[in-house]
Design a binder for this molecule. Structure first.
Ligand SMILES: Nc1ncnc2c1ncn2[C@@H]1O[C@H](COP(=O)(O)OP(=O)(O)OP(=O)(O)O)[C@@H](O)[C@H]1O
Ligand SMILES: [Mg+2]
Length: 246
């Protein structure tokens, strides 16, 4: 079975501030995610998590290296058909209502009109936004934008969800809900790849975690393999990042 995500020696360079200089956001990243797993992608600010996701989504091209989704090179559009994506800052289309946004997203994926109505109602209930469904996104709070973004990412019933800090901005009830959504996706055999700084959430949800530092994967494994008894994932994370920096 093909891996849901397979990344080999990925390098991404952005143009630097001075002419001819470059920022190396990813420096030979290799990583793979099995189908059906929930994978927590961790790392300090600027480590390269969002950049990695942008390569997977085809938003930016890698300088070198290969990335595949379900065996398809991400440079081919077909690789992205089975993905749902929640961006780090989901605040586009502010003139649409929540319901309209989900209808538009569903139509982009070619869902038949008849099925769409029911699907949108189901998603609005899942993220608890029924009461605000007919308000413009411009009037949504940060957590509400995060919720509608998550519903949008689910509209095509994706096999792989790529979520960039999905729990940021959620209240405790919202977090419990998103944990339930992720766990539900896993139960149905789906794959979830998400970045997060909230390590207690990660500890509860993930089959595997990878820690990125300076554009490289510094450690990977299940929480049980990595974290000693009596230690938290947060303590492990801090000591790993400190030793990677030395
Ligand atoms: N368009 C760009 N141009 C230049 N540099 C960029 C660009 N996008 C990202 N970078 C740089 O690449 C590095 C990785 O950034 P990235 O956004 O991937 O980090 P991250 O791990 O998602 O961080 P955070 O936890 O803060 O979201 C940073 O040094 C960032 O400044
Ligand atoms: Mg980021």
């Amino acid at each position: 079975m093909a891996k849901a995500i397979d990344i080999q020696d990925l390098v991404v360079e952005f143009p630097g501030a001075r002419r001819g200089s470059a920022v190396r956001a990813l420096q030979g990243l290799s990583l793979s995610v099995e189908q059906g797993h929930v994978y927590g992608f961790l790392g300090p600010n600027g480590a390269g998590k969002t950049t990695t996701m942008h390569v997977l989504l085809g938003f930016i091209r890698a300088t070198s290296g290969v990335a595949r989704l379900f065996g398809e090179d991400v440079r081919h559009t077909i690789a992205r058909r089975r993905i749902g994506y929640l961006p780090e800052h989901p605040n586009t289309y502010r003139f649409l209502t929540g319901r309209e946004l989900l209808h538009m997203a569903g139509r982009l994926f070619g869902l038949p009109r008849a099925a769409l109505q029911a699907r949108v109602a189901e998603l609005l209930a899942q993220v608890d936004l029924e009461a605000a469904a007919d308000r413009r996104l411009a009037t949504y709070s940060r957590g509400m934008l995060q919720r509608i973004g998550l519903a949008q990412a689910l509209v095509n019933d994706p096999d792989l969800m790529i979520l960039d800090e999905p729990t940021s901005g959620f209240d405790p009830l919202g977090r419990a809900r998103i944990r339930a959504i992720i766990a539900g996706e896993r139960e149905r055999g789906k794959t979830v790849f998400f970045s997060s700084h909230e390590l207690s959430e990660v500890e509860r949800l993930c089959d595997r975690v990878g820690i990125l530092s300076g554009g490289r994967l510094v450690t990977e494994g299940s929480v049980a393999e990595l974290v000693k008894a009596g230690e938290s994932l947060e303590q492990y994370f801090i000591s790993t990042i400190r030793s990677a920096a030395n």
